[in-house]
Design a protein. Structure first.
Length: 103
């Protein structure tokens, strides 16, 4: 199987590409002086969000795993070994509940 040639006509590349300017353009005709104010507002928003993240991190409680106070597994010295000649009564089977329809 031969690799397909990419001629730039991919459907994804046509609609998904966004051109961002990497340098500031000198448009003195459209410059109204608000650029600094917008940048300052953006920086304040960034500072507030980073402050709230830091506060969240400061209030995290340390996690310490405590040993179990009670274990459901008995220790071997508390149990009696099974004896082959001994029998024990088996409990009766669980009774099935019968649902009664109320009409």
């Amino acid at each position: 199987m031969e690799p397909e040639e990419n001629d730039g006509d991919d459907e994804k590349s046509e609609g998904d590409s966004i051109d961002y300017s990497t340098s500031e353009e000198d448009n003195d005709a459209n410059d109204d002086g608000d650029d600094l104010l917008e940048d300052d507002a953006d920086n304040k928003d960034d500072e507030e969000s980073s402050d709230s993240e830091e506060e969240e991190e400061e209030h995290l409680a340390p996690t310490v795993l405590a040993p179990a106070l009670y274990s459901s597994i008995s220790e071997s010295d508390e149990t009696e070994p099974f004896e082959a000649g001994k029998t024990v009564a088996t409990p009766p089977p669980f009774r099935y509940r019968i649902a009664v329809r109320i009409s």
